[in-house]
Design a protein around this ligand. Structure first.
Ligand code: KG4
Ligand code: ZN
Length: 338
């Protein structure tokens, strides 16, 4: 049968990304990360939209060039409709529409959260694709969800955060410790050298499979303020132990809920996604769960965990097979549930 070539565009937050897929195989995957937010300690929406506007043409040019195909061979344009920052989404959405119109090919809207999950289906040597049904744990700076996945497009959110995302818990704790944004990877780095039982932070009490992380951030803040008052050098002297203890608490919260989700659904296959799946603590805990609880866990290739367009492309491919195309009146949607 004929090959399907999808050009995918992702612009929901602070990464401008484009990818080209040939069927379920990646030909190119370009991400322009916006450095402008670093000095503000978080993403500034207005600046993100502007940077997308600057980056989108070069990023798409590069994706097509590296895929080594002709624009005329493209079968469809897939883009992130939401959820995300409205100003950011509008750039990708408008660009995708115009390009699809110019090339006279179908337009395919993609849900970013669905894409984080279907990223596991990009064909990769040495990476197994999860079998249905499986549980997906999507953890990033913007999202924290447990999703029951029974088919490519059959997904049900069975748990999610009621306040901060898990990546925010890492980043905000890091900020309290005086670490630069985004602090998640730094907490991970220092945690590797520390004692995770050195300090104890209470876990939130949230019913069912939902998460809450805002209490942890406050607990870390009060703890640090109290200790620093007694010893101004407290953070410096204990950074590794503090990071290890925070990470241990966060990973514990995630694993507790996964255990609950497995008990509730009887599903033991677990696939993770989102930027926080780079965390070494969560990776170790999942691996341990294979022996301890009989789980089978899936961690995608690193570049498919953080925001990227390859994951948008794989959704585009499956939607193309279903002839699930979008009307050109489609609009971006900041809040867009699965
Ligand atoms: O998926 P992502 O790149 O962007 C979105 O938020 O959608 O995720 C970024 C988040 C940030 O909060 C960052 O601190 C966190 O993922 N992160 C980590 C690690 N690597 C990235 N958190 C903990 N440990 C890591 N190794
Ligand atoms: Zn994301």
């Amino acid at each position: 049968s004929q090959n399907i070539y999808i050009l995918a565009i992702e612009s929901s937050c602070d990464d401008t990304a484009a990818a080209v897929l040939q069927n379920d195989t990646l030909l190119s995957n370009i991400v322009a990360t916006q450095e402008v937010h670093k000095k503000y300690g978080g993403v500034v929406p207005e600046l993100a939209s502007r940077a997308h506007q600057q980056n989108i043409v070069p990023v798409i040019h590069q994706a097509i060039a590296e895929a080594n195909i002709d624009k005329k061979d493209l079968s469809a344009i897939a883009f992130t409709k939401g959820p995300g920052l409205m100003g950011s989404l509008l750039v990708g959405t408008s660009f995708a529409k115009s390009l699809a119109m110019g090339l006279d090919i179908p337009l395919i809207e993609v849900n970013h959260m669905q894409a984080h999950i279907l990223a596991h289906f990009i064909d990769e040597e040495n990476f197994d694709k999860p079998e249905f049904p499986f549980l997906a744990l999507t953890i990033s700076g913007g999202h924290t969800q447990i999703v029951k996945v029974t088919g490519h497009f059959e997904m049900e959110v069975i748990g999610q955060t009621i306040d901060d995302a898990v990546g925010e818990a890492f980043d905000k704790s890091a900020k309290i410790l005086g670490l630069p944004y985004p602090g998640g990877p730094l907490i991970d780095k220092y945690a590797k050298l520390g004692n995770s039982k050195a300090f104890k932070f209470t876990k939130p009490k949230v019913g069912g499979l939902d998460f809450s992380f805002s209490g942890l951030k406050t607990a870390v803040l009060y703890f640090i303020q109290k200790e620093v008052k007694e010893n101004p050098e407290f953070i410096k002297e204990n950074l590794e132990d503090i990071c290890a203890s925070i990470q241990y608490t966060i990973v514990g919260i995630l694993i507790d809920k996964l255990k609950k989700a497995v008990a509730q659904t009887g599903i033991t296959q677990i696939a993770i996604g989102g930027g926080v799946s780079a965390n070494s603590g969560i990776r170790e805990a999942l691996k341990a769960g294979e022996n301890k609880f009989g789980w089978k866990t899936y961690v995608p290739k690193f570049e498919y965990t953080t925001d990227n367009a390859a994951m948008i492309g794989i959704v585009g491919y499956y939607k193309y097979l279903n002839k699930d195309f979008s009307d050109f009146s489609v609009t971006a949607q900041a809040r867009y549930s699965l």
